[in-house]
Design a protein around this ligand. Sequence first.
Ligand code: GDP
Ligand code: MG
Length: 232
Amino acid sequence: MPVSIIIPALNEHESIGQVVSEMPWHLIAECIVVDNGSTDGTAEIASRAGARVIRSARGYGAACLAGSLAALPSSDILVYMDGDGSDIIADLPRLLAPIERDEADFVLGTRLLGRREPGSMLGSQVFAGHLVGTLVKLTSGFRYTDMGPFRAIRRSSFERLGMSELTYGWNLEMQIRAIQHHLRILEIPVDYRKRIGGTSKVSGDLRASVKAATRILEVLFRVTVTSRPRSS
Ligand SMILES: Nc1nc2c(ncn2[C@@H]2O[C@H](COP(=O)(O)OP(=O)(O)O)[C@@H](O)[C@H]2O)c(=O)[nH]1
Ligand SMILES: [Mg+2]
């Protein structure tokens, strides 16, 4: 099944070239890098390495959404991953297989069950994954272990979700909406390592991580309580 890989990237010049060059081109139709205001040459490096570069409005979710809408019409599966080199592309076939076998519509790579390079995830991120997983289980009925970025979704399923979150709440919004729309959900362990270079826009900075955590809780409330789908 044709696959579009979507990578939000903001000032990732130290990693984006390697991330794009490592793409298994025989498995994918395209690699889209979504930039929104990088000032360090990220877009040019990504493009030289073979990515299709598009621009979007500010925000992690805005970038993911723009990439999804720009995917080739022929792509049946959308895959999201980060541009900092933390996700391991060798895990891609295991993310795709359950969708290709028609056993799942949404496959989430969980770092909590995979091998993590020491220091690649903060204790607070692991804790947040468990806490949010418990809250989602209580409110929506499915137990996630992580809100990791590396994930694959059937395009036709994605289009039913009505994604609207433009910030770091995007990942969680997709997970909750997937439950609400009765997608067949599977978590598979993925490995995770430290970013290749540069700085984290979220977890490395206390202010940014508090902002992201607040946003995630807002999404949990908004998507769970106020926007249940009328039918699915
Ligand atoms: N286009 C775009 N990408 C972003 C934005 N914020 C973060 N990213 C990218 O999203 C990915 C995850 O961000 P990162 O800083 O690694 O977050 P962390 O892994 O939680 O520390 C990286 O590829 C970032 O470059 C944004 O506002 N716009
Ligand atoms: Mg990162």
